[in-house]
Design a protein around this ligand. Structure first.
Ligand code: UPG
Ligand code: MN
Length: 692
């Protein structure tokens, strides 16, 4: 964002506040587009002054006071008040602004000289009437620059200024630099010089700003009155015009039912403005009482105010001549009536105590001897429930039928029908496969009637000529004639479609039912359901033995498994111990064999070792599955070994044992030899591993 361009002034003492106020108002009244800034020395200025400056200026910038270490030269001008004029040099430090048009606080603007911001030169000023080779430092166009500031600061520290103030110092500094000379109309200083008055008359319409140099300032002297004639009086009048526009009337505000007019700091610091009897002023914090205070709810437009006719009121308020009546909103609130002003004095000696008007309530202690009885309340009504109206459930009504099969409700709950339960149809002995059946509404199963016998099946291609017997006879005669000519028998010469050819064949060789078929030459005369071989789409179920070889008993219990020991006889820990011992032996045995027969075929070694190991392992199990001590039962041992050998060598032709899958019957696989032997012995439903 581009830095601001501002008009800037300086206020070091409260006494220059009226000047700064009128400068700000005059620039704003003239319609400037620029913002206003003020440099302030906060160590001297009062809070009230700073407050009013904050209302007047966009930027209030505190700066350090810069004094002149050698103020002697100031006395050449009799201006000891300019001891701290070097403070103005702080302008060059304000680098937050791109351009500053500095104006002394004792200046009133007749128009806003905004075009000064367009000057390209780093520094511009107007000539001083005292010595026109010098510029007057009451108006300067400058570009803040820290380098320049330090240079000026160095000069100030040495006290090098021909007038002991800022103007002498700055002129010395810019003497050898090119400073841009502005028109005198930008910083017009009234003077009593002989040439001044005619020149003023000639140039006065061009004047932008009037600068009241010297010890006397308009606000120090007060209104010119009778002395206000002549050229100077005319220019001073421009200052007072701006003052009157903004400060002639004390700003009123409402306090309770009275109006308090409060003089601003500007008014208080302007000579004569709070002491002269000629103005509607009110000293600070004094109570201003209108002659007829308005009725509390009176309308603002009808209230008679002091010094006014009703019709002139609005205009007079605008001109600041009268205090406007408080609005209804303002009247609604009024401060409580106070006997005395607590902020200013102690209460009157004979005044009432503070809480004298508070209402007091005394409560008597009860001396009632009766015991307390809780009040009785009526019983709540007993029938406070909602009676649900009785509704009879509607009998189920099926929805109206839509499809033909819904109309003829021939199918009820489906039941299972076995083919052997169906009566054989008397007219089709060859058809042994199940036929279509339906369950009648009485629950009995009966075959569906054969439709072909009773009524000819619907044929969409039925030809009316087909029913004329003469045509049929003629065609047969032609066919027979053709056969005789070609020396062939049979009607095979006329290409006929599959089923028809079959029908026409005198041998009837293709089907056992061909004898029953009607002979026909009509192409669309397809065999009936009875004539054609039955092709059951949905086979009727046939009762079979189940997986377990028979029907479940009536309770649905499966028959007892064969070869499985009873739960009561089974000792799991004993069996586990057995298994562990047998596996250990087996491993030892295997290891021994591996060492011996390392040169031989490893497959063979493995198998042999297995048969050997099973011998020891299986010996712990009886043929009927009961456990025995290891090695005690030689007979069992032998039979188990034989079985194991059979198991391993099974289906291996030429006596070469084949051991293909590790999980089959291997002592090192999933099944121990013992388990395998047990499975063998179990028989019945148990599956031998090699059979899997
Ligand atoms: O007590 C004071 C004195 C001065 N100022 C400020 O300093 C400025 C200069 O003082 P001023 O009284 O206006 O001086 P002039 O009478 O105008 O004297 C001339 O000489 C001064 C000293 O060189 C310059 O600063 C002025 O611009 C120049 O016009 C004022 O406008 C104020 O802004 C204060 O705030 N308080
Ligand atoms: Mn000045």
């Amino acid at each position: 964002m581009a830095a601001d361009e501002v008009y800037c002034t300086l206020v070091m003492t409260d006494s220059y506040l009226p000047g700064a106020a009128i400068l700000a108002h005059s620039l704003r009244d003239a319609g400037t587009k620029k913002k206003l800034a003020v440099l302030v020395t906060t160590d001297i200025l009062s809070v009230d002054t700073l407050t009013e400056l904050k209302e007047l200026y966009d930027y209030v910038i505190p700066v350090d006071r810069l004094g002149n270490p050698k103020p002697a030269n100031l006395y050449l001008m009799s201006r000891a008040d300019l001891l701290f004029a070097f403070t103005k040099l702080n302008l060059w430090r304000q680098t937050q602004f791109s351009k500053i048009v500095y104006i002394d606080a004792d200046v009133v603007a007749l128009r806003a000289p905004d075009e000064l911001f367009d000057i390209k030169a780093d520094f511009a000023a107007a000539p001083d009437t005292g010595w026109p080779d010098c510029f007057n430092s009451g108006l300067m166009v400058l570009t803040p620059n820290m380098g320049e500031f330090w240079a000026l600061q160095t000069l100030a520290a040495s006290g090098d200024s021909f007038d002991g103030a800022d103007q002498g110092l700055l002129n010395q500094y810019y003497q050898h630099k090119d400073w841009h000379r502005l028109s005198f109309t930008y910083n017009c200083t009234p003077s009593a010089e002989y040439q001044w008055e005619p020149a003023y008359k000639y140039y006065k319409q061009n004047i932008s700003m009037v600068h009241f140099i010297g010890k006397e300032k308009p606000w120090f002297k007060g209104r010119p009155g009778e002395n206000g004639q002549g050229t100077y009086g005319e220019l001073v009048g421009r200052w007072w015009a701006t003052y009157d526009r903004h400060y002639k009337q004390a700003k009123p505000y409402v306090l309770g039912q009275s109006y308090q007019a409060h003089a601003s700091m500007v008014q208080q610091l302007t000579f004569g403005e709070t002491t002269s009897a000629g103005y509607n002023y009110a000293p600070k914090d004094s109570v201003f009482k209108p002659s007829q205070p308005p009725a509390p709810e009176a309308d603002i437009t009808t209230t008679e105010m002091p010094f006014t006719e009703p019709g002139e009121e609005a205009e007079n308020i605008d001109q600041g001549l009268i205090i406007p009546a408080p609005t209804v909103e303002q009247r609604r609130f009024s401060l409580p009536h106070a006997e005395w002003d607590a902020t200013r004095s102690a209460p009157p000696a004979e005044s009432k105590p503070e809480a004298a008007n508070l209402s007091v309530t005394n409560y008597e202690f009860s001396d009632n001897k009766q015991l307390f009885h809780a009040p009785s309340y009526p019983e709540p009504p007993k029938d406070m429930w909602y009676e649900v109206p009785e509704t009879k459930p509607k009998p189920y009504e099926p929805p109206a039928p839509i499809f033909p099969w819904e109309r003829e409700r021939i199918f009820t709950q489906p039941t299972r029908v076995f083919a052997e339960d169906l009566p054989q149809p008397p007219h089709s002995p060859q058809v042994s496969t199940p036929t279509l059946a339906r369950t009648s509404e009485t629950g009995e199963t009966e075959p569906l009637p054969a439709t072909s016998e009773d009524a000819p099946p619907f044929s969409p291609t039925h030809n009316a000529w087909d029913s004329i017997q003469g045509i049929d006879r003629y065609v047969r005669a032609v066919m027979q004639t053709n056969d005789k000519r070609s020396g062939k028998t049979g009607p095979g010469k006329i290409p006929l479609p599959g089923p028809l050819e079959e029908l026409m064949s005198p041998l009837g060789n293709s089907s056992q039912s061909s004898q029953q078929r009607r002979e026909s030459l009509i192409l669309t005369d397809f065999p009936t359901a009875i004539e054609r071989p039955s092709l059951p789409v949905t086979p009727a179920p046939i009762r079979r033995p189940n997986f377990w070889g028979g029907e479940r008993d009536e309770q649905g219990e499966l028959p007892q498994a064969e070869g499985v020991p009873d739960q009561a006889e089974w000792n799991p820990s004993e069996r586990l111990d057995q298994l562990r011992r047998s596996s250990l032996l087996e491993i030892e045995h295997l290891r021994a064999l591996q060492e011996e027969g390392a040169k031989e075929n490893p497959k063979r070694v493995l198998v042999e070792s297995l048969s050997g190991s099973t011998e020891s392992a299986a010996s712990g199990v009886d043929s009927d599955g009961t456990s025995t001590e290891h090695g005690n039962n030689g007979e069992a041992k032998g039979s188990a070994a034989a079985e194991e050998a059979q198991l391993i060598g099974q289906k291996s032709d030429g006596g070469v044992p084949v051991f293909s899958e590790p999980e089959f019957g291997s002592g090192t696989g999933l099944f121990s030899a013992e388990t395998v032997a047990e499975m063998e012995n179990d028989g019945g439903g148990a599956v031998s591993p090699t059979e899997r």
